[in-house]
Design a protein around this ligand. Sequence first.
Ligand code: IVH
Length: 667
Amino acid sequence: MPNIGKEIEQLREQLHHHNHQYYVLNEPLISDFDFDQLMHQLTELEKQYPEFNDSNSPTQRVGSDLNKDFEQVKHVNPMLSLGNTYNEEEISDFYARVSKQLMEAPFEIVCELKYDGTAIGLTYENGKLVRGVTRGDGVQGDDVTANVKTIKSIPLQLKGDYPEKFEIRGEIFLPHKGFNRLNETRVESGEAPFANPRNAASGSLKMQNSAQVAKRPLDCFLYYMLGENLPSNLHSENLELARQWGFKIPSHIKDCKSIAEVIEFIQYWDEERHNLPYDIDGIVLKVNSLDQQRSLGFTAKSPRWAISYKFKAEQGYTKLKSVTFQVGRTGAVTPVANLEPVFLAGTTVQRASLHNADIIGSLDLHENDMVYVEKGGEIIPKIVGVDDSVRDSSAAKIEFIESCPECDTALIRIEGEAAHYCPNTDACPPQVKGRIEHFIARKAMNIDGLGIETIDLLYKSGFVKNVADLYELHPMQLTSLERMGEKSANNILSGLEESKQVVFARVLFALGIRYVGETVAKKLCSAFKNIDALMGASLEQLIDVDEIGPQIAQSVLEYFSNDQNRLLLNRLKDLGLQFELSEEEQSQHSNKLEGLSFVVSGSFASFSRDELKGLIEKNGGKNLSGVSSKTNYLVAGDKIGPSKLAKAEKLKVAIISEDDFKQMIDN
Ligand code: IVH
């Protein structure tokens, strides 16, 4: 067929168009089924004719399962933040300052909503999305192009009369609906929910597997265009044009000609924001004329032509009913305030975190106090103040408890730490259960079929008191549990059996040693190779390991010096769990690169950057993110950043190729 190329092009155009109708305009023209059909046709053709591959094809939005770490990219124009204002007076000051600097010339202020997500800079060349970079430190950010491409409202191919090259900035966010759905599935699978949509959005954008990002319902509003050849001298007109090229430009924008109009916009949205399907945390004011923007210029941190107005966090006023104390997996005791229900920023609040004894003390909290609550960055709101003017003089002060509410053991407080702990690690129920729950979690042993509720039943029935007991469960014990059929029981048993193949690093993480998270567990496994060597390690040997400090080392020593823990480990070993690096893992390990530091940059023929970095670590070397006098080698790939190269030359750092590197580890 001579015209395959054309056919593919037409399909792509149709799909880009329908994608825009659906995700940007909210006006689908065809059914989901028909859309999927077109997508299927295109996927098949692309498979058959790979010579027509295009990284901006609509088929690329599903992302890729290849884990990819992010290259640091310098922003062409630094990504600055905005100055904040909190009241009308400060807005008036801003207005007066602008007017004075513009020698009293007339000016317009564009008011926009301040989207509460994570900032992104998108670069387009010849109508194609070529790069998406996060804010980072404002000077350079992470190249997250592969992830950005999975966000359906971001156009991969523009239409109409766009400039040849420009950057457009905006905010990637999660609408409430998508956020709630995401958290529900996380909780169901035993993962911690995200604290708020902003954290969820920035966490999603930083995931290394773009196929996973594609599953997150992210969205993106664009609000700022940069470039040397922009079509209009007005910010508002440039945004309108960008809308025609296919971008999702917010519709709640107002061109204001007086400060009264600005204040009106702010007051309107202070109320109305609660009806939006996504979070905003303020209003952004921008001088509309680009000429005037240029004449106003920038301070070191932010533009003089723009400012943000931040909404006050909503406060609730309610009565403290009681304070209860919760014990977590590590034995830390957290005080929680139980409140008379109060409606606050969209939800009813009945509980607030009090964090620790110091916070209770500084609030001077008394029984039945009337308190002010606010929703901060966390899911659980916090008490920000107490109204002592209405306090009953007989009300008793709230004191922190002295013994564990679960097992009555006297609590301890570690010097330098704010938290109280229950030291009864071996028998305090929430600690015992918490450790088992941590052990079976997805990122740890990932045991199929076993969830928090079953653990609760197994613990209550006395069948399981520690993680080793799980592996000695009898099928009859399982089927004797409430609502547990034979099929589910078998599923759990085979899940347990399979978990015996889980690699050493994850087993070590699963043990739940304080401060030993996933990364630390990996480092310890690479350094000591097996559990006996790790158990025998001294404080100095532990601290010698890259990124292991005294606090972690001390906690590891404490864990292994406990007799109960040693007994447990022996049982787990006898049961057949992995307590050493596999032969495959071992064979990839050496100390050929010990004491050497590397910077990896560019792309390589035989491995991904991540694989290369992995090889460096496995051979005892250390990865650095930037070239400095401490760098021994710069491994230079294709399209290496010119600044890294120049710096390496200046500092006389050895620059080696992929092949040179292979030789270093092969010999
Ligand atoms: S304009 C130089 N417009 O707020 C001005 N920013 O503190 C560039 N933001 O990093 C920013 N909504 O992530 C602009 N309508 C809006 C915005 C907005 C949210 C964020 C953005 C920026 C931060 C500034």
